[in-house]
Design a binder for this molecule. Structure first.
Ligand code: TMP
Length: 204
């Protein structure tokens, strides 16, 4: 099973992925935890180009191409082999972030992202996508309190991240059988329980 966890920056993905990893490991599964952009040596090098530096460093088109260059390497050298071995792959972001950050907030349109997605992935994607939803003022405060060098996307501002949040709502609505919006408010345990409800109900 291939599960992607998505959401605006600071939505609490990292904590929830760790808890979900433990949940599956306790059941005896081998879990491969990874992230995008990144996950392999080459894709991590591309990640540094994407998440560091000035907000205007890349156009949305270049950003999208870099995301998919990293994704191609990640899918072919890590994700597909792990799935072939029967492992659970838990990925911190996957192509949903491209549809929303570059397609919606970046203005390219979901259709153009879909074209590139078809070319690079040929229909491959997560069995389940969990989108943690949180108001942008709350998530941005969290994201900036732990900011290091990787601040390029946060620095695009509240308006951009608000488009990201609304973009994720639209993204989920397009394939509700596989994509789920998870209310990110409340305690860590509350959110974890909401995620487990969805995972238990998933038919994959
Ligand atoms: P992270 O901080 O959650 O690891 O994500 C890094 C940033 O990259 C985050 O601000 C969202 C952005 N991103 C995109 O814009 N498009 C993508 O396809 C992916 C995977 C991430």
């Amino acid at each position: 099973m291939f599960i992607a966890v998505e959401g605006v920056d600071g939505a609490g993905k990292g904590t929830q992925i760790s808890l979900l990893n433990k949940h599956f490991a306790d059941q005896g599964h081998v879990v491969v935890q990874t992230r995008e952009p990144g996950g392999t040596a080459g894709a991590e090098q591309i990640r540094a180009l994407l998440v560091e530096g000035a907000a205007g460093r890349w156009s949305a088109e270049t950003e999208l191409l870099l995301m998919y260059a990293a994704r191609q390497d990640h899918v072919e050298t890590l994700i597909k082999p792990a799935l072939m071995e029967g492992n659970i792959v838990l990925c911190d972001r996957f192509h949903g972030s491209s549809f929303v950050y570059q397609g919606v907030a970046g203005g390219l349109g979901m259709e153009r992202v879909q074209d590139l997605d078809d070319f690079v992935l040929g229909g491959f994607g997560p069995d389940l996508e969990l989108v943690i939803d949180l108001p942008v003022d709350v998530s941005l405060a969290r994201a900036s309190s732990r900011a290091g060098q990787e601040t390029r996307f946060e620095s695009k501002g509240v308006g951009f991240l608000d488009m990201v949040r609304r973009g994720f709502h639209d993204y989920v609505a397009r394939k509700p059988q596989r994509r789920h919006l998870i209310d990110g408010r409340g305690t860590v345990e509350d959110v974890h329980e909401r995620i487990l409800d969805v995972v238990r109900g998933a038919s994959c």
